[in-house]
Each structure stands twice: as structure tokens, then as C-alpha cells.
Design a protein around this ligand. Structure first.
Ligand SMILES: [Zn+2]
Length: 345
């Protein structure tokens, strides 16, 4: 860790430091490091960040995902080994407020932690969809007679804004974490990885910037496919079980409407279901989307009440164990689902 900190000092002070100082700091690094220390090690807090980092790093370093395949990324707990690896990594990509265990672990590594929501223009978040304390409370509520009744009475005198009910928990400015579902934001993340890594290695043969440019090109292609594929659709209302698609909706001119707002595991109240069903009927919505890892019951309930169909829209937070899908194939699968479900011509 000491070694890595020196590197950051070298990087940030490079404009004022003499070449001699930089050289001595770097040789101090290599004298205590193992052979492949010239190649960066990157940790990503969840799959899409791993994908962006891996695309940039290629075979010139290591990229690991802190969330194992098949594990719900918001339930992440870190092993002592993972916490130690965070201390040693050259770069840790994470989303502040998304995984409390990661927030804690990166608090001591300074510039080597990159909060990707600092890189993009964020939107206010999906009704605190990833707040663990909220999840816990709502679990309690399931066995309780008072199940969010207070919230609904609030709703009656402020029914112009449903998000107020959730913001009452002093989490006013929760940021929607799902930035990776906008391909242009993924490109921004990739470029930031390239920039950060350029400062961790003196290997002039590294291809980080070229790899990042390549990733950007591929993401631009994906973005064009989405734009042209969703230009003409019968409905611009995207009704989803879990509000993970705010950035995607904003990018492609849809309006996200969440049935249960809260985390995927939280059961929506009968009021929320009824509200969604009314919305679906009033706006002639054809499809209710649910995510592959979460149970389809919520979407099915609303669909049953309204005659709408259900379809999978993948938030791409994690990959199923053993899956050969990747970010691009899942985004194209999502595009197909939206083109069929809205439907788009
Ligand atoms: Zn999510």
C-alpha cells in the first residue's frame, strides 16, 4: 500500500517534481515489488465495471470482480482477502453508496478508488433502490400490520410526487447507480480507466488508450443500434419491476415507471401494484419488464390485472455463473426485448 501511495504522489506531483525525484520514487517501487508489478491490478465492484476495465486492460494487467458470478451485487460482503486485495490494487472501480462493504474498504486508498458516478451526470435514484437499511426495514414490515401505511397516507397529501414517500428516510440525494446501462457512460468509464492506469505504469508499450478508444467505438455502435431501434415505438413508457433503467430510459427517450421501486427482493405494497396496474391500463402499456435474477411475480401480478405481457430486461448487474454472455450481448438482448415489448417498428 505504501508503494502504491508513492505512485499516486509521483503521478499527481509530476508537473512540479524533478525527473530525479520521480525516478527515485519509481525505483523504490520496483525494489520491493514482484516481477509483474509493472502491470496494473484492477478490482471492480461489480460485473459491468469489470467489463469496462477488462476491455481497457486487455492482457496487460489483471482485472478481478469483487462480486462473484451469480451473487446479487447489492448483497456483496467482502472476505478479508478481498479487503486486503483492495489495499494493494492499483485501481478499484466502484459505485459510491451501492455496496456499503466496498465503500468502507476503499475509504483508505485515496486516489486509487474511482467512484464511477463521479464521472457522469447522474440522476436521482431509483427510490433508494440499493439502500440496505431500507431493505431491512421493509423485511420487518412484511411481518408487520403497519406495512408502510404511514407512507401511503403521506402519499395522499403529496400525490404529485411518489418519490417523496421514500425520500423521507433522510436519503434525499441518493444517486441512481445504474450508469452502465447508458453505453455512452460506459465509454466514459473506460476512458477514465485508461487515464488512471497510464499513471500506474511506466511501460510505454501499454495500449490502454487504444483499447479504450476501441471500446468507445463498439459502444457507439451499440448506442446507434439502440437509437435507431427505438426511434418509432408505440409506447415510450417503460414499466419495470425494479427501477434499474433510469439512464437507459433517459438516453433513448423512454419514461421509466417502477412497480416496486425498492430493491428487487422487496415486495411492493398492494397500493403500488394498483398504481402500476392503473398506469398500465391508462397508458395502454403492452409489456411489464422484470429482471432475470429476480422473481417475476411482481411483473406477473400487474400483467394479470391488465392483460399486458411480461418480458425480461436485464439490469446487467451480475452474470449468471457459467454464462457466456457479456455486456454487449446482454444490451442487445435488452434492445430486442424493448423493440418487441413497446413495440418499436
Ligand atoms: Zn439494481
Amino acid at each position: 500500500m505504501k508503494i502504491q501511495r508513492k505512485r499516486i504522489v509521483v503521478k499527481s506531483a509530476v508537473t512540479i517534481a524533478s525527473a530525479a525525484l520521480a525516478t527515485s520514487a519509481l525505483s523504490a517501487c520496483s525494489s520491493t515489488s514482484n516481477a509483474d508489478d509493472s502491470q496494473p491490478s484492477v478490482l471492480a465492484a461489480l460485473y459491468p465495471l469489470q467489463f469496462a476495465a477488462q476491455s481497457v486492460v486487455g492482457d496487460q494487467g489483471t482485472v478481478e470482480n469483487l462480486t462473484p458470478p451469480g451473487v446479487d451485487s447489492h448483497d456483496l460482503e467482502l472476505t478479508p482477502q478481498q479487503i486486503a486485495s483492495i489495499q494493494d490494487a492499483d485501481l478499484v472501480l466502484y459505485i459510491k453508496g451501492f455496496q456499503p462493504a466496498v465503500d468502507d474498504a476503499v475509504s483508505s486508498i485515496g486516489d486509487r478508488a474511482l467512484n464511477v458516478t463521479d464521472l457522469v451526470e447522474t440522476i436521482e435514484g431509483g427510490e433508494n433502490s440499493h439502500d440496505h437499511s431500507d431493505e431491512d426495514h421493509s423485511d420487518e414490515k412484511h411481518s408487520d400490520e403497519d406495512h408502510s401505511d404511514e407512507d401511503h397516507s403521506d402519499e395522499k397529501h403529496s400525490d404529485e410526487d411518489h418519490s417523496d414517500e421514500d425520500h423521507s428516510d433522510a436519503e434525499q440525494s441518493a444517486v441512481d447507480p445504474h450508469v452502465w446501462l447508458d453505453p455512452t457512460m460506459m465509454a466514459t468509464i473506460g476512458a477514465a480507466v485508461a487515464e488512471q492506469l497510464a499513471g500506474t505504469t511506466d511501460d510505454s508499450s501499454s495500449n490502454f488508450v487504444a483499447n479504450s478508444d476501441q471500446l468507445t467505438n463498439e459502444l457507439n455502435t451499440l448506442d446507434e443500434e439502440w437509437k435507431s431501434g427505438t426511434k418509432e415505438c408505440t409506447s415510450r413508457d417503460l414499466v419495470v419491476a425494479h427501477e434499474a433503467f433510469g439512464y437507459l430510459a433517459a438516453r433513448y427517450n423512454f419514461e421509466q415507471m417502477g412497480v416496486n421501486g425498492l430493491s428487487p427482493e422487496t415486495e411492493p405494497s398492494p397500493t403500488a401494484i394498483a398504481r402500476a396496474a392503473d398506469f398500465v391500463k391508462d397508458n395502454d402499456v403492452k409489456t411489464i419488464y422484470y429482471e432475470s435474477v429476480a422473481a417475476p411475480e411482481v411483473a406477473q401480478t400487474v400483467a394479470d390485472e391488465t392483460g399486458a405481457e411480461t418480458a425480461v430486461l436485464d439490469p446487467i448487474e451480475t452474470l449468471p455463473a457459467g454464462s457466456d454472455a457479456d455486456y454487449f450481448s446482454l444490451m442487445r438482448g435488452n434492445l430486442d426485448a424493448v423493440k418487441t415489448g413497446q413495440p418499436c417498428s
